[in-house]
Design a protein around this ligand. Structure first.
Ligand SMILES: [Zn+2]
Length: 186
């Protein structure tokens, strides 16, 4: 692919798995992970854009330049922060919320999100970098930013967590936006 464009903004918000499977072949993605799913056919790749778009809308209204990305894209971005949104799937109720980040991430950025999310999410916070998919997430390599974090909001395969999260996707986006505004003072 010749000359992938670079974009610069305040924050990159990626909706995990959004656009797959259609985006995998044209962008030569071999591990085309379609994400998890929950009750009634709900798909992770349908939930992540709802949260991402809610956060992007609020940030843009506040004057932030938001680069909103799906799972696969050619560009390499530059921003003050980047967040990659996911929901987990597991042996039912073996998991919960978690975060992933590269070694370069500021610990204050991660810990502030954890503090806020633990205070709201009434289920288990599993931990940090609990898998290679989190600690070595491919999206981290697609952006230059001092703060990068993959967020797993909870486990879709756990009926109780699913039922709690389903009506709160917009509020998740609002809380993510509030966190980013706090971390990225204008
Ligand atoms: Zn995912």
């Amino acid at each position: 692919m010749a000359g992938a464009r670079a974009e610069t903004g305040d924050v990159v918000i990626q909706a995990g798995h959004q656009g797959r499977p259609a985006s995998c072949a044209p962008l030569h993605v071999r591990a085309c992970n379609l994400g998890t799913s929950g009750a009634n056919g709900a798909l992770e790749r349908d939930w992540t854009p709802i949260v991402a778009d809610a956060a992007a809308r609020i940030l843009r209204a506040q004057g932030y330049a938001v680069i909103r990305r799906p799972a696969d894209y050619a560009e390499h971005d530059s921003a003050r922060a980047a967040v990659f949104l996911h929901f987990d799937g597991a042996e039912p109720c073996a998991s919960g919320a978690s975060v992933g980040f590269p070694p370069s991430a500021r610990s204050e950025f991660v810990s502030e999100w954890e503090r806020r999310y633990r205070a709201w999410f009434p289920y288990r916070f599993v931990g940090e970098n609990i898998s290679d998919n989190e600690s070595q997430y491919y999206g981290f390599r697609k952006v230059d930013a001092p703060d990068k974090m993959l967020i797993e909001f909870g486990e879709m395969t756990c009926p109780a967590q699913f039922a709690w999260m389903a009506p709160r996707l917009h509020e998740m986006g609002e809380r993510l936006a509030a966190f980013l505004i706090h971390e990225l003072p204008r």
